[in-house]
Design a protein around this ligand. Sequence first.
Ligand SMILES: *Cc1c(COP(=O)(O)O)cnc(C)c1O
Length: 353
Amino acid sequence: MTPRIRPDLASVPAYVPGRTFPGAVKLASNEVTFGPLPSVARAIADAAHNLNRYPDNGMVGLTEALAKKLGVPPDAIQTGCGSVSLCQNLITITCRPGDEVLFAWRSFETYPLATRVVGATPVQVPLTGDRVHDLEAMADAITERTRLIFVCNPNNPTGTIVEAQALVDFLEKVPSDVVVALDEAYVEYVRPSETQRYDAIELQRRFANLVVLRTFSKAYGLAGLRVGYAVADDAVIDGLRRVHVPFSVNSLAQAAATACLEADDELLARTEAVVAERARVSAALKDLGYPVPESQANFVWLDLGDAATDFAAAAIENRVVIRPFAGDGVRVTIGDPEENDLFLRYAQTWRRD
Ligand SMILES: *Cc1c(COP(=O)(O)O)cnc(C)c1O
């Protein structure tokens, strides 16, 4: 007899990471191009001396540093092995098989996969024509079975953000026992207009069902170490702590993330270069006739429809690796100016009908 594995898992597609090859310019995974700061590398090297010991399972030092930065009590924070693990754990603590997880589509690839791992049902609400979350339609899609809602802001992979008032109106409509996860993986890159500006931590104080998710993988440059965190109400934090895989935030990750917070100003200053390049690349693509929604993240989205796969495949022949979403579009990470130029040169030569 073969081992009995849940048969419904066979239909869960595998997560497809951005791929690359030697010599390629990788603009596929929304990483930053620089390595860790010397102070962060030193913290990692120091922590390596104690790798015979288990990590601090309470993640006390990191949690306290985050609490101080955000102005919340340490009990309002749970760190995890990347914020993807917190996405998974939020589904685990809210859903049983048959319950619904609601999110916009297209959005972060992890949401439907993680939902189906738990046996819950993904409910996907199309983005607007401008590739922005349609929060009114999402509110209308809430049912008695809805247990969790993801709002990805800025949205991966389209880069768009919602209006602040639309978000507040939405939160007022969501039943207070339904958890809303505001996934702010790219928040450090947002340069909001007056009407787009909101304070997520403030909103979390007002709406006890709101969970703010953030990560050290993007602007803080620690994608390889796997640390993210949730800011939430006691009941949600308590649930997350119950399902936390023991020791899954390793010692190097805790030390590095804490050191990053000490160098907060320097790391956040680096987002300015990305923001400037984002404007330059977006404008150049629009000049070439590509439909590009306004991005507030460290990547841009090209609405290419059926041409998406061919466009990305031909880019590889030009040494540029980008992320296609078949039938829909491509996501291109903003890299260093020379990397972006290489991509723009390719985009210029690509044949369009
Ligand atoms: C990159 C990303 C994350 C963070 O992933 P980590 O697991 O923290 O590396 C979360 N949400 C979205 C939308 C992302 O793009």
